[in-house]
Design a protein around this ligand. Structure first.
Ligand SMILES: O=c1[nH]c(=O)c2[nH]c(=O)[nH]c2[nH]1
Length: 300
């Protein structure tokens, strides 16, 4: 039986990088987590242990820090594109680089109502993300937000689903709808105003979640994605992952109390997980291989 090396990649995962711009008395902090992954002609190290083609993961990590000094990090998409291009251009046996960057937000602490020059509080769990793939001359940018925790206390129903002998869920015309949203959108090829687009996508996602009367989380998912694609020409497709953070009405009848949709048990797990892609019908002719933009390795 012949055995061969399948798809592979390697890199440094989760480099924690913080930069401080000290150009003036008002400091600016950039806090990111960077993962690099390189692919290419890497048979030699796997098959023989000859490391002549291996850009050490330690070197990859150092490159992240050096790049952050040589030029301001700027938008995470631009930083990832610079890093990815460097690895592919610098090393002939490296054919693809995949750079993931998550940005952690810091808010200025207000002192007597005035934003402080150099003191910050963490913005919360929400993060802006990007996944850049550089393959030869081509690049793909998939950006997103994750950890966006949302809740609406009414305006959500769920009924009409099939009932079999295992079904116990009550139909409802008024429930809490809550989620911790992850959205990732693939840009059409080209340079875009990454920050402005991200801000607008986030606004659209929130406004649609708030205003769309929901008959299912699936319907809400589609409405959110559709609204983004209608508003932002530069986005080819958007993928959404919406855990259904169930809020169960507590039975207060043992205590002689009526629960008028006011007291809930917020369950931790299990949770429904609703995921989907919203895309343009005629595809994105600019992207020859959109799959490359998304995947890690099939096996992982
Ligand atoms: O919006 C929902 N979609 C489902 O598929 C589902 N399934 C379930 O039990 N509750 C819900 N809610």
């Amino acid at each position: 039986m012949a055995i061969t090396l399948g798809p592979n990649q390697y890199g440094k995962a989760e480099v924690r990088l913080v930069t401080v711009n000290r150009a003036g008395p008002v400091h600016h902090v950039k806090d990111v987590t960077v993962s690099t992954a390189l692919r290419g002609r890497l048979e030699r190290t796997h098959l023989t242990g000859d490391n002549a083609d291996v850009v050490a993961t330690d070197t990859q990590k150092n490159t992240v820090f050096a790049f952050a000094k040589e030029q301001p990090v700027g938008e995470i998409e631009d930083f990832a594109l610079r890093l990815g291009r460097h690895f592919v251009d610098e090393f002939s046996h490296i054919e693809q680089a995949r750079i993931l960057v998550d940005e952690h937000g810091w808010d200025r602490i207000a002192v007597d109502g005035t934003p402080h020059d150099h003191s910050f509080s963490r913005s919360g769990d929400e993060r802006r993300t990007t996944a850049v793939t550089v393959a030869g001359e081509r690049t793909w940018v998939v950006s997103g937000v994750t950890g966006l925790v949302l809740l609406k206390s009414t305006g959500s129903e769920f009924h009409g689903f099939p009932r079999d002998r295992y079904t116990t869920l009550a139909e409802t015309n008024d429930r809490i709808l809550a989620t911790a949203l992850t959205a990732r959108w693939r840009y059409r090829s080209g340079e875009h105003d990454w920050a402005a687009c991200c801000t607008d996508v986030r606004r659209i996602l929130l406004e649609t979640f708030a205003t769309k009367h929901s008959l299912s989380l699936q319907q809400t998912l589609y409405a959110m994605g559709e609204a983004v694609l209608l508003a932002r020409e530069e986005i080819a497709e958007i993928r959404l992952s919406l855990p259904n953070k169930h809020h169960f009405l507590v039975d207060l009848s043992p205590f002689g109390l009526e629960n008028d949709n006011e007291v809930f048990y917020a369950a931790d797990r299990p949770y429904g997980l609703i995921e989907g892609t919203v895309q343009r019908e005629n595809g994105d002719p600019a992207a020859e291989d959109p799959g490359l933009a998304w995947h890690t390795l099939a096996a992982f």
